[in-house]
Write a protein of this length. Structure first.
Length: 256
């Protein structure tokens, strides 16, 4: 007995939405399979998401406190989806985010607010910048080096675990090797080690033995002068050595 199969690809609901001229980003983000379609390189979806106004909205979502009157379970729904889309490791989105300084400025402005940072937004910010450091390294490092107060802002928020993650990636996981050395030289010029050692947050936690594993890793990386083995963000292990690089592998272990 022979069965007749329909071999035609079923059109997704996202494609149906994209047929509408007035479709909004929020409507697409409501779809359960939007992230799956993004990672599957749905060309129409990627072209929509990479539009200037959509990228601005996505970045704003991960850096702006949601309205307090929303239900707690839904307050961070769209910021979380926005972060997943921005860090989906799709070249078109990475290229757009890394090359557009207006988007990088919005991200950077997140650091300019007074502490404490919202921990969820801080994690979205750190994940997005961390992905850019791995995928659009030269563009992002060039942008950050132009910001005279960057190191001070990161240290101002160093009590946030997400900022520790970001700092650790910046000091130990930049590739290729020549650019890593350039970054470490820049961090030395910015007196990262001295400023971090004088950080009241780090000093207090060291004294009270209350340092979180991630903070221990980062603070150790700032003061050790030994080779490190660091797994790149989404890549293979790399080895480096400098005054501001420490030993990730011998510190307390935690999945990052």
């Amino acid at each position: 007995m022979f069965w007749k199969f329909d071999l035609h690809t079923t059109t997704s609901h996202i494609d149906q939405l994209l047929d509408r001229e007035d479709v909004s980003l929020r409507e697409l983000m409501e779809e359960d399979d939007v992230l799956q379609e993004c990672k599957a390189q749905n060309r129409r979806l990627l072209l929509f998401l990479s539009q200037d106004h959509c990228m601005q909205e996505l970045v704003s979502l991960i850096t702006t406190e949601p309205p307090a009157d929303l239900e707690e379970r839904s307050r961070f729904k769209f910021p979380n989806i926005a972060c997943e889309l921005l860090t989906s490791d799709v070249s078109l989105i990475n290229d757009k985010l890394g090359a557009d300084e207006s988007l990088l400025e919005v991200l950077y402005h997140f650091l300019e607010q007074d502490p404490p940072l919202n921990p969820l937004l801080a994690s979205f910010f750190s994940k997005t910048i961390g992905n850019l450091i791995a995928r659009k390294t030269e563009q992002v490092i060039t942008f950050l080096k132009k910001k005279e107060g960057f190191i001070g802002l990161v240290l101002k928020h160093i009590d946030a675990s997400a900022m520790m993650d970001l700092l650790l990636r910046l000091i130990s996981c930049v590739e290729p090797a020549p650019l890593r050395q350039e970054v470490l030289h820049w961090l030395n010029e910015e007196k990262l080690v001295q400023n971090s050692q004088s950080s009241s947050t780090l000093a207090t936690m060291r004294k009270d033995n209350q340092m979180h594993p991630k903070r221990f890793v980062t603070s150790s990386a700032l003061v050790e002068t030994r080779p490190i083995r660091c797994r790149r963000y989404g890549g293979r292990p790399t080895i480096g050595c400098s005054r501001v690089a420490g030993q990730c592998s011998r510190a307390p272990q935690e999945h990052v």
